[in-house]
Design a binder for this molecule. Structure first.
Ligand code: DX5
Ligand code: ZN
Length: 214
């Protein structure tokens, strides 16, 4: 299981300290949530913050775009240090072109699905993807409650991946904690994102290690 702690829940007045904590922890990737106030009802941060994180770690930067018009910014995210760039199915009209462009830029391409979006929408594109991000909350905020039945969606996605002969990783994002992590692992998740559960814990480094050990 790969663990991708979400920096959205870090202390932004101590971003260097928190990035180094993640860098020195068992975290495999760093999950970076970009919100524009248009696609989702919240605004997080943009390029200067991503660049700052990039200066303090060479771990994989797993960038989750919750923005409209992602096509306008793909090059800029690559330059800012993104290794994986995930766009929302619901926000991309020409998804095939967007995915191809991300890969041409040398990044891995992911597609995120909102809780209400069926996995079948990926039937014509799944074989091209490096990652599918299954949202287990409605995107926009950290600290929300995990939507039950996401494990079922993950196991159906795993079956679909096998039938298609695709090899994307399955990542789950939202409300992940030690209580649901095991169930998600059994269902077939390859990567777990955890924000508030890590940063609100007494010892984030130990919490990451505990998630890694499930
Ligand atoms: C929600 C974001 C998540 C968020 C997860 O829109 O995409 O990555 O940071 O935070 P928790 O783990 O607190 O639900
Ligand atoms: Zn996210």
């Amino acid at each position: 299981m790969l663990i991708s702690p979400s920096v959205l829940s870090c202390d932004f007045s101590n971003i260097e300290r928190d990035t180094l904590m993640l860098h020195n922890s068992k975290a495999d990737w760093l999950h970076i949530d970009i919100m524009d106030g248009v696609f989702v009802p919240n605004i997080s941060f943009g390029f200067p913050v991503l660049e700052a994180i990039h200066r303090h770690t060479d771990k994989t930067l797993d960038v989750h775009l919750m923005i409209a018009n992602a096509d306008l910014y793909l090059d800029a995210f690559q330059k800012a240090g993104a290794n994986i760039l995930t766009v929302h199915y619901e926000a991309c009209t020409h998804l095939h072109r967007t995915v191809r462009r991300i890969q041409e830029l040398g990044m891995k391409a992911g597609v995120a699905l909102n809780p209400h979006t069926p996995i079948e929408v990926l039937s014509e594109i799944g074989h091209l993807l490096d990652l599918v991000l299954v949202m287990s909350v409605n995107p926009g905020f950290g600290g929300q409650r995990f939507i039950s039945n996401t494990d079922n969606k993950v196991s159906r996605l795993r079956e679909m991946r096998e039938k298609m002969g695709a090899n994307f990783l399955i990542e789950v994002d939202g409300g992940v904690n030690l209580e649901n992590a095991k169930m998600l692992s059994t269902a077939g998740a390859d990567v777990l994102v955890a924000g508030s559960f890590v940063f609100n814990s007494a010892n984030p480094t130990d919490t990451i290690a505990a998630l890694k050990a499930i």
